[in-house]
Design a protein around this ligand. Structure first.
Ligand SMILES: Cc1cc2nc3c(=O)[nH]c(=O)nc-3n(C[C@H](O)[C@H](O)[C@H](O)COP(=O)(O)O)c2cc1C
Length: 258
């Protein structure tokens, strides 16, 4: 089995950097092969723009999807993007390792999606979701947050973690990955501290033990359900007969908030 870890953290000695190394070690001890894209260390530029493309289709006005498709058709996808797609193609499991920053992934990871999930290469209208390029592979978010699991509960002050992660998971599902439940490391306090050093140290030890435990059997886990391509009507809405899996895509009778 092959795992690929995408690390989005500026500091290799951070807890995020540590969890990426821990995943690598754990999988290698299990006989898997592992690749890591440390986006900051690679100097990955996340700001998609015309300058990345030689042989532009339209040099007067940059249209991102048109130029991505043009590059895919002409073999001019930027080398660093092609290399990332190659690593995803090789992997059975992809882990995105990042800290929660302003309720979202760091910009470098958002830009990785913008650049690497190339229109015309990674997705097309009929190559998405259950028919996506990466079907048969699994992906998982592994993230750290500063506050407790309670604050990320359905009624917590940091916001419901399942809802907050839905757009990122949906993006992975869009390109065909089976998406595993995220591994969320709660209470990873750094500069802004609510707990004593002893409490934090004990918590971090527990998180590492839980992570290693989970990685031992991760290939057996079930994926989060998302709708399939044929569950959409011609109007782009979910068919009445199709199951709804989240508040992001629901049936009319589920519109009320309790
Ligand atoms: C720019 C920035 C924004 C942050 N936003 C959040 C946030 O929205 N929610 C949260 O729980 N923690 C937030 N934090 C705290 C980080 O999530 C926390 O420091 C990190 O997960 C610790 O992991 P590390 O030691 O590997 O950096 C933020 C930190 C930074 C630097």
């Amino acid at each position: 089995m092959k795992a690929h870890v995408v690390l989005a953290h500026p500091e290799p000695l951070s807890f995020n950097g540590h969890l990426a190394s821990l995943a690598r070690r754990t999988f290698e001890e299990r006989g898997w092969s592992v690749t890591v894209s440390d986006l900051y260390a690679m100097g990955f530029d996340p700001s998609e723009r015309a300058a990345f493309y030689r042989n532009l289709q339209n040099s007067e006005r940059f249209d991102t999807q048109s130029e991505q498709r043009h590059a895919a058709m002409n073999g001019t996808i930027p080398a660093e993007v092609q290399a990332e797609i190659g690593r995803l193609d090789q992997a059975d499991l992809v882990i995105l390792q990042y800290p929660m920053w302003w309720h979202m992934p760091p910009a470098i990871l958002k830009g990785w999606f913008d650049r690497v999930f190339v229109y015309g290469e990674v997705y097309k209208s009929d190559v998405r979701f259950d028919k996506g390029r990466f079907q048969g592979k699994k992906a998982m978010l592994s993230l750290t947050v500063a506050t407790s699991a309670e604050t990320y509960a359905f009624n917590g002050r940091s916001g419901d973690i399942d809802l907050m992660l839905w757009p990122v998971n949906f993006t992975l599902a869009y390109v065909g990955f089976g998406v595993l439940q995220p591994f969320v490391a709660y209470g990873v306090e750094s500069g802004l501290r609510y707990s004593s050093s002893g409490e934090i140290e004990e918590r971090l030890q527990q998180i590492q033990a839980n992570y290693v435990d989970r990685l031992q059997t991760i290939e057996e886990e079930a994926t989060i359900p998302f709708n399939c391509l044929d569950e959409w009507g011609a109007d782009g809405r979910i068919k009445a007969s199709a199951p709804a899996h989240s508040p992001f895509i629901r049936h009319r009778e589920h519109l009320e908030i309790d």
